[in-house]
Write a protein that binds this ligand. Structure first.
Ligand SMILES: Nc1nc2c(ncn2[C@@H]2O[C@H](COP(=O)(O)OP(=O)(O)O)[C@@H](O)[C@H]2O)c(=O)[nH]1
Ligand SMILES: [Mg+2]
Length: 374
């Protein structure tokens, strides 16, 4: 660990040096084979904000990828530039349809996105695929990250695939994914697909940034329904029973009926829209055009009723508050004096010599005093 300083790239956040997987932040146009990230970073030419803005608007994929890296950076200088860039791009964002896709590992999300993305590209759309991967923000590893399955789609010039940002809190990933989405919109991608596994809070995070949210489910609805969090079902605008092919097809159709019955008793995720179950085979591409029709219908319905715009406005508002919370939390826990005192105060509480309220008051006093003296 003595080398840590030497090899640390400038944008590693102070408090997460060990598990910040620098080699994992893959960018499309760059080789990530070098385990020494310093070299890569030193060599890159610094671009100006104007160059980024122009490059993104021209859909220069190399610059778009670099602009996303800028947005993902935690270095103060990069953040400043990233925010200037985003501000200039604001007039060009918001014109896409944002779609979230969740489901357990193995449900077929990657296969589905590949088939769905291909279909959309062939029908005149441009598709950006992003991911929110809760595992990568905690461990640096990934449940989702496999770009390999989307080989076909990633070769298509009309598609742009970006793996989940790694490192930092889920709140940090939230900001990065949202801002990445805006960059993709400014670059002219008109359908944004955001993949996540329904682990922890990730499905709520994705729901909070998309217009349409769907769950990819498997057959055997009965068993799955038993174990499934009702919460997830209440977030979804459609449930897609995937793998409706071969011998599995009758089971998929039966599962669809079961889900539809169950959905009947739930509050819909979107006012004025009835969440229903559908079947498809991502592998054979069957049912894919129908799912797009459902989404088009959804967009038409919610735009007419005003729900579409209202949700977008509320999402922006929620984003402000969640960012403030996230900032305060990380500012508190990374505070040197808090870091120093917290273990002792925690021990006192556990030993029964200090009440929880008193402990929290002490900590907040430390935090606030420090702020004032700054
Ligand atoms: N039979 C069948 N297999 C599928 C289908 N979609 C995905 N699979 C398979 O299910 C496995 C998991 O798929 P994957 O897309 O990686 O799931 P993810 O973990 O949700 O991204 C792979 O072996 C796929 O080939 C489908 O529609 N039909
Ligand atoms: Mg996958």
């Amino acid at each position: 660990m003595s080398n840590e300083r030497t090899y640390r790239p400038e944008w590693v956040p102070e408090e997460r040096a060990d598990d910040f997987a620098t080699a994992y932040v893959k960018k499309q146009e760059e080789s990530t084979s070098s385990p020494q990230p310093t070299k890569r970073w030193v060599k890159r030419k610094e671009r100006s904000v104007a160059e980024y803005v122009k490059g993104v608007l021209n859909n220069d994929r190399t610059i778009l990828a670099q602009a996303i890296t800028l947005v993902e950076s935690n270095a103060a200088k990069h953040m400043e530039m990233a925010q200037q860039m985003l501000n200039e791009l604001l007039p060009y964002v918001g014109k896409s349809i944002r779609i979230g896709i969740t489901g357990v590992p193995g449900a077929g999300k990657s296969t589905f996105i590949e088939a769905f993305g291909k279909f959309l590209c062939e029908n005149g759309h441009r598709v950006a695929v992003l991911a929110v991967d809760p595992s990568s923000s905690i461990t640096g590893g990934s449940i989702l990250g496999d770009k390999t399955r989307m080989e076909n789609l990633s070769r298509d010039p009309r598609a742009f695939i970006r793996p989940s940002p790694s490192g930092g809190t889920l709140g940090g990933v939230h900001r990065k994914t949202r801002e990445t989405m805006l960059l993709c919109e400014a670059a002219g991608y008109d359908v944004i697909l955001i993949e996540t596994v329904g682990v922890g809070q990730s499905e709520f995070v994705v729901r909070s940034m998309v217009d349409f949210f769907m769950l990819l489910a498997l057959t055997g609805a009965g068993d799955e329904l038993q174990g499934m969090k009702k919460g997830i079902m209440e977030l979804t605008d459609a449930i897609i029973i995937n793998k409706a092919d071969g011998g599995n097809k009758p089971k998929a159709l039966a599962a669809k009926e079961e889900y539809n019955q169950f959905l009947h008793y739930l509050r819909p995720a979107t006012p004025g829209w009835e969440t229903k179950a559908y079947t498809c085979s991502a592998l054979l591409g069957e049912g894919i055009p129908e799912i797009w029709q459902v989404i088009e219908k959804f967009v038409e319905t919610t735009k007419n009723s005003g729900v579409f715009e209202m949700r977008r406005r509320n999402q922006l508002k929620d984003w402000i508050y969640s960012m403030i919370k996230d900032y305060l939390e990380s500012s508190f826990f990374s505070h040197p004096q808090i870091k120093e005192k917290l273990p002792m105060i925690e021990n006192n509480v556990i030993a029964g010599t200090l009440s929880v309220t008193k402990a929290v008051q002490q900590l907040l006093r430390i935090y606030e005093n420090k702020k004032e003296s700054e």
